[in-house]
Design a binder for this molecule. Structure first.
Ligand code: MN
Length: 231
């Protein structure tokens, strides 16, 4: 017996300062994790429990790559985010133990077809078409916890063509990485290679063909994406 066609190659992330590869299993994303962003999305930033959506693992895009303007949207948005990568699986993980399950951190850009996301939101439909499209998960090299610890403060910033669009501090996250990992593990068994995009600060906005988008987080470096033509 064999596969009827080749199985897909395992999506990978780069590891900072190394030739090692990090295999990606799933991509979870947290919605509305900064109060000012919740408000700009027309929502109450009260500390209601965080909610999640997902992207396919093969939506990963690496630093320096071009992302062609995706189909069926007139409002592609950037969202700079801290990304936490799980290295040790588990379920029902206590918050006090949650950070022991994180292998490393990276800068991410949760590319979003905002018009399709809002349309889905209004109709009570799933967010997948707004969030989980091809090449929608831009994620830079992962910095091992062994090298950098667990970033919980420091500037998170995004520039488009050199102009600052998002500028905030990781300490403004409503739900911390340890809370997010603990909460997620109560709903799903988390496994090594699971990636969590932890939410974006205020200042989200559109990208157009030819834009160069640079997201950065203090201590985690820069993540550069050029938006290519519609194909
Ligand atoms: Mn996001």
């Amino acid at each position: 017996m064999g596969y009827v066609f080749d199985p897909m190659p395992t999506p990978i992330l780069a590891v900072a300062g190394s030739d090692d590869l990090l295999p990606v299993r799933r991509i979870f994303c947290v919605g509305r994790n900064y109060a000012a962003h919740a408000r700009e999305m027309g929502r109450d930033p009260d500390r209601e429990p965080p909610f999640f959506f997902t992207k396919p693992a093969d939506a990963v895009v690496h630093d320096g790559e071009t992302v062609n303007y995706p189909p069926e949207t007139e409002n592609l948005h950037y969202e700079a985010e801290l990304v936490a990568v799980i290295g040790k699986g588990g379920r029902n993980i206590a918050q006090a133990d949650a950070l022991d399950h994180v292998w490393g951190y990276a800068v991410g850009n949760d590319l979003t077809r905002r018009d399709l996301q809002f349309q889905a939101r209004e109709l009570g439909r799933p967010w997948d078409w707004g969030k989980a499209f091809d090449r929608s998960a831009v994620i830079g090299p992962v910095h091992p916890v062994a090298d950098i610890g667990h970033p919980d403060r420091g500037e998170i910033r995004l520039e488009v063509n050199g102009e600052v669009k998002q500028q905030a501090d990781l300490s403004e996250m409503i739900w911390s990485t340890s809370e997010i990992v603990s909460l997620l593990s109560r709903s799903m068994t988390i496994k090594p290679g699971d990636v969590i995009m932890t939410g974006t600060p205020a200042g989200v906005g559109p990208l157009v063909e030819g834009d160069v988008c640079v997201a950065s987080i203090e201590g985690l470096g820069e993540l550069t994406t050029r938006i290519g033509p519609r194909v």
